[in-house]
Structures are given as C-alpha cells and as structure tokens.
Write a protein that binds this ligand. Structure first.
Ligand SMILES: *Cc1c(COP(=O)(O)O)cnc(C)c1O
Length: 388
C-alpha cells in the first residue's frame, strides 16, 4: 500500500490522524448526521452502544461514558470516596492527569518508582510504600503495555486497598488473560485523538464490574443528581457527547485491525533494529511475553547525553519523534508540596532523560520504518567516525 502523507509527503510523522480517519469520513459524517436528526446530543443511543461495546472489549460488566480520560480518573477517585487524609500511590513517570486527579481531591500523592524494562509501577516498591492511610493505587499501563497486574492486584487485595487502572493508553491490551481495565475496581480510558481509539475531540470511559460502583460513577458524572433535581452527592458534569460516541462507534470496528498493524510494526522494528548494527547503543522496548502489548508508543532508550542530539538528527531528516515524558511528575513545579525521599525515584528520572518514542501508527509503511532505523543508525555511525 502506498500513502501520501497529509502534511509533508517527504516526512515520517509521529502519527497521521488525518490519513487514518480519511477512509472513514463518509461513515463518520453520516453517523454524526444521524445525531442531528434525533437532536439527542447528550445521552443519545450511540453513547450506550459505545458503552456496551467497550465493556465487551475490556471484559467488564459496565462501561460509563464521560468527558475525558482525566475526568474518568477524577470520577473513579470520587466514587471510591477518596479525599483528604487518604494516600494514593501513583507512578511519577506518567502523564500529568494520573496524579492531578489525586491532588485535586485533597488526597496525598505517593509517588512510587517504575520498573526500568516496562516503564510501569514496580510491585515491590508499591508494597513498601503502603501505609495505614493508603486507600488506592493507580497503575498506569504506559505506552499500551499492561503493568504487572498479577502482582499489583495481589498486593492490593492483601492490603485491602482499591485499584484504579489508568488504561488511557491501553484499550484492547491484556495481561495474564485479563483485559486492561478489567483488573481493578475501576478502569479509566481516554479517547483523546492520539490514543489508539481516538475521537474527534475529548472523550473518556470508565469500566467496572461492580454494580454499586457503576451506579456511583454515573451519579458523580451527573451532578450527583438522582432523581432529577435531587442531589445526593456533590458530583460534576462529565458526559460523553453523542457526536463523539457516534464517531467512536464507527472507529471501534477498526480498532482490532489497527492494533494488529501496530503490533506488526513493532515486530518490524525489532527485526530492523536487529539488523542495524546498533547493538547496545540504544535499548529497545520490551514486549509483554505474558500479554498483549498494543503499542500506543514504541519507546526506545538512548543514553541521556545523546538523546536530544539524536532527536535533532532525525528531525533534520524529517523523521518525527517525541519525548513522553521529559519531566517526571515529582519534579513538576505544581507538585513541589509532594514529599519524596531522595533517591527513591531514580528509574523515573532516568527514563525521563533517556526515552524517545518513534512513529508506530497503523498506516506506517515498511519504507518509513527503514528510514527511521537508518536515521538512528546514521547518527551513531557518524559519532563513531568523528570520535575516532
Ligand atoms: C491521555 C492520558 C490521560 C488523560 O486523558 P484525556 O482524555 O486526555 O483527559 C490520562 N492518563 C494517561 C496515561 C494518558 O495517556
């Protein structure tokens, strides 16, 4: 298949959202037109259709639409009654929203370090961080690879604490036979346009198999109101627009195919890197040998002194790459009040200094992947020559 990239045909973009959506334009626009015909811009039939489909995909009993992945995290904490005096364990190497939800509710963020090979919470360090005040942990399935949920779930069960999965990057992934978002008390998903299932704007989803919790999540997402104008708790207004749900229902039918393409692209990278003569100069991401990695990102590690120069070298060849995430959350200005023991988050700091995410979107071609790998190899080859 040949592709002409939508912005610059000579470039290798990090993601091609326009190209990915283009074959579905007619179908998406007609689904959106149907919403106009009914006028049900909120609570329309497409919302429950998407909720049912996501629940089935994830393997949970309930799915509840909301306005974003960030709201999903906030609602999960609210529905579990987490607030002042409670501690919540989160990774520092993640997107901001994982931790901000905890802080916003007045609970205490407890940052725990990651495993270097998976970029996900280290179960042994989670166990060591649990105190009598610990109310929940939020494992993040970063880059589309599930955290070690077998151990994290066991630790949480033994300690009697709740598990909220931040599965924003992991829709359709699984580990040890259980889907992301079906392990914990609640799973949180995002339909931000760059996620594997991206909408035409913001959107989010919560999953749970607990009937009571499902009801509380719906209650908190709708002003805590039930019945109409009777407010039982102080909720928020967080809804998934019917227009978003309609577009997402169309796109969801293609998710499995897109995921397969991402997985094939990962295999191609492994093969291309194996033949590139780059041994030891960069570290490749680890696939999940006991689960399904869905490769929201393909993230390599580059020695920190070389990382930004390599990224510039690639940019000169019009090859896009990105740093997810350059600053661990415990070093963010807004989290200066969060106590951190010195040296306790070294892996998070090292990851922030070394990571580089490469293009892995579904329509990426073999030729484009060859350019990426050759671009990286040429950077290191030039350095060897100049060092000699
Ligand atoms: C995208 C993302 C979120 C937030 O989702 P939004 O829909 O953008 O609010 C939360 N956590 C992680 C790990 C994410 O990648």
């Amino acid at each position: 298949m040949t592709h002409s990239r939508t912005i610059d045909p000579q470039s290798v973009p990090l993601l091609d959202i326009v190209g990915n959506n283009r074959p579905l334009h007619d179908e998406i626009l007609s689904a959106i037109r149907d919403v106009f015909e009914t006028g049900a811009f909120l609570h329309g039939p497409a919302v429950s259709e998407l909720e049912n489909s996501v629940a089935e995909l994830v393997g949970s009993k309930h799915a509840i639409g909301c306005a974003s992945g960030s709201d999903a995290l906030l609602l999960a904490l609210m529905a579990l009654n987490i607030g002042a005096g409670d501690e919540v364990i989160v990774p520092s190497f993640t997107f901001f929203a994982t931790a901000s939800a905890v802080d916003r509710l007045g609970a205490k963020i407890v940052f725990v370090d990651i495993e270097p090979d998976t970029f996900n919470l280290d179960p042994a360090k989670v166990k060591a961080a649990i105190t009598p005040h610990t109310k929940a942990i939020i494992p993040v399935h970063l880059f589309g690879r599930c955290a070690n949920m077998t151990e994290l779930q066991q630790i949480s069960d033994e300690a009697g604490i709740r598990v909220i999965e931040d599965a924003a990057q992991a829709i359709g992934s699984d580990h040890a036979g259980c889907g992301a978002g079906a392990w914990g008390d609640v799973g949180c998903f995002s339909f931000y346009p760059t996620k594997n299932l991206g909408g035409c704007g913001d959107g989010g989803m919560l999953t749970t198999s607990d009937d009571n919790l499902a009801e509380r999540l719906r209650l908190f997402a709708a002003h805590g109101m039930k019945p109409r104008y009777v407010h039982r708790v102080v909720g928020i207004a967080s809804r998934l627009d019917t227009i978003q749900a309609a577009a997402l229902c169309v796109k969801l039918k293609h998710l499995e195919r897109w995921t397969e393409s991402r997985r094939q692209n990962a295999v191609r990278y492994f093969n291309l890197f194996a033949d590139s003569g780059l041994d030891g100069q960069i570290a490749l991401p680890a696939d999940d040998t006991n689960g399904k990695h869905i490769w929201n990102q393909y993230t390599i590690r580059v020695p920190s002194a070389r990382r930004d120069a390599l990224r510039s070298h690639l940019a000169e060849q019009r090859i896009a790459s990105e740093i997810y995430y350059p600053i661990p959350l415990h070093q963010q200005e807004c989290f200066r009040h969060v106590a951190v023991a010195p040296g306790s988050l070294l892996e998070s700091e090292r990851a922030a200094a070394e990571v580089l995410s490469l293009p892995i979107f579904p329509d990426l071609t073999l030729g484009e992947q060859q350019r990426v790998v050759e671009g990286i190899a040429s950077y290191f080859a030039a350095r060897k020559v100049s060092a000699a």
